[in-house]
Design a protein around this ligand. Structure first.
Ligand code: RAT
Ligand code: ZN
Length: 422
């Protein structure tokens, strides 16, 4: 392919400036969030009270005020919780943490003046919009074209909405979450039986066909773009456990048959401090041998992966170099901090080139799209800019079209291709 000289970026400064524009203008497909389309009603969280009571900030307020008892905090109304967090983390001390900074970024993007006296102006701002209008506004301002939801058939609030059917805003793509199915199968057997699936906590041929039927029914109902599970640091595959059997006999074959990737998210230690509720989870370094085993044993399957511990990131890149059916994505949860994103993204460029997905937002509250992506874009521009600058100095002048093409790959195309979307 000939490179048009007129479109070449000849100097480091030209490359960096053009890359910055491309990163800003390229729409993002956010491949893992906990956001919901407006038709899911109360499950779609937005507005300042939700924002300020994000579980990352709930953890931080309990650190800032160790006399605060989690039970007392959770007994407050949502608005009282938000007021307390605002006073403690934003007024009584400078809001320097990444999660605190995020709130200030959101206010800036929405034109809300942060007010040390309280959150009423921010509340009034959001109250002007219907949920649908707010979705349009936030997706537009964030330049996010679509977001992947997290959809759990065992969730009592969302299940009836799926069962009733209806049109989902096409910018919200479903993902079938299987944590409960995979990790708590024995516990949910009675529920599955109630729903008409003849399963038991065993590996019989009947459980096999009925467990597969459950998954395929939900694939038919949700039409997910992938199956997903956040996983403990250790997972016994292969072994003679029920979980290993479900993995190899149910999930992997169903994913293959339906041509769907499985997104695995190892490293979570649930309820490290149970009193903190959703804010109480922790992490540990993961043993990724089972991922290598699945990639090697099932080359026809596709696996996406994000791992929670920083300590696993180099190893993950090396595993991904060996298996084309493994796609690393995102800087997840406790890794979604600028210093760690920069380190991980740099390492991924160096070891994986463009064959990764540098970030997902994990947003739980719609407005967070404004900060998570606003904070990420300059990091991508800096890290990729360094790589392109090195190329220019070595004698390779990228064209504008090449930069556009590859930024699109990183922010949307790699995911769409891997998930078979278009
Ligand atoms: O990032 C988060 O908000 C976590 O609480 C988890 O939901 C995690 O992202 C997950 O998907 O398990
Ligand atoms: Zn998540």
């Amino acid at each position: 392919m000939s490179i048009e000289p007129g479109c070449s970026l000849r100097t480091e400064a030209e490359v960096r400036a053009y890359l910055g524009e491309a990163v800003a203008r390229t729409p993002i497909v956010d491949l893992h969030t906990h956001l919901y389309a407006p038709c899911f009603r109360d499950l779609l969280l937005y507005g300042v009270d939700e924002l300020v009571t994000y579980h990352y900030l709930i953890a931080e307020v309990h650190r800032a005020d160790p006399t605060l008892r989690p039970a007392a905090f959770y007994a407050l109304s949502k608005q009282q919780q938000a007021d307390l967090i605002w006073k403690t983390l934003f007024v009584d001390r400078l809001p320097v943490s990444e999660a605190c900074r995020g709130i200030i970024t959101v206010f800036g993007k929405l034109g809300i003046e942060p007010d040390r006296d309280g959150l009423d102006n921010a509340r009034a701002f959001t109250a002007q919009f219907t949920p649908e209008q707010y979705v349009d506004k936030i997706l537009g301002l964030a330049n996010v074209s679509s977001v992947v939801m997290t959809n759990d058939p065992f969730d009592e609030m969302e299940r009836p909405i799926w069962v009733a059917g209806g049109d989902i805003d096409p910018r919200f793509l479903p993902a079938l979450r299987i944590d409960t199915f995979l990790l708590r199968f024995a516990e949910v057997v009675p529920k599955l039986q109630l729903w008409g699936y003849q399963v038991a906590a065993d590996t019989s041929t009947q459980t096999l066909s009925e467990a597969r039927r459950f998954l395929t029914d939900w694939i038919d109902i949700m039409q997910p773009v992938y199956l997903a599970a956040s996983m403990p640091p250790q997972f016994p595959v292969p072994s003679d456990t029920l979980q290993s059997w479900l993995t190899e006999q149910v999930i992997v074959p169903v994913c293959r048959e339906r041509n769907l990737p499985w997104a695995v998210m190892p490293g979570v230690r649930r309820a490290l401090n149970p009193a903190l509720g959703q804010a109480g989870d922790g992490l540990a370094t993961s043993d990724l041998r089972w991922i290598e085993y699945l990639c090697a044993t099932y080359p026809e399957n596709r696996f996406m992966i994000t791992v929670l511990a920083r300590e696993n990131q180099h190893e993950l890149c090396i595993i991904a170099r060996k298996f084309g059916n493994l796609l690393p994505f995102g800087c997840w949860w406790f890794l979604n901090n600028p210093s760690l994103i920069e380190e991980m993204t740099r390492m991924r460029f160096e070891l994986l080139g463009l064959s990764h997905i540098p970030q997902h937002s994990d947003c739980r509250i719609l407005d967070q799209l404004l900060y998570k992506w606003e904070h990420f874009r300059p990091i991508l521009t800096r890290v990729m800019g360094d790589k392109l600058a090195d190329l220019v100095h070595a004698g390779w002048q990228p064209t504008k079209a090449e930069v556009d093409r590859d930024v699109e790959r990183l922010l949307a195309g790699n995911f769409k291709a891997f998930a078979g979307l278009d």
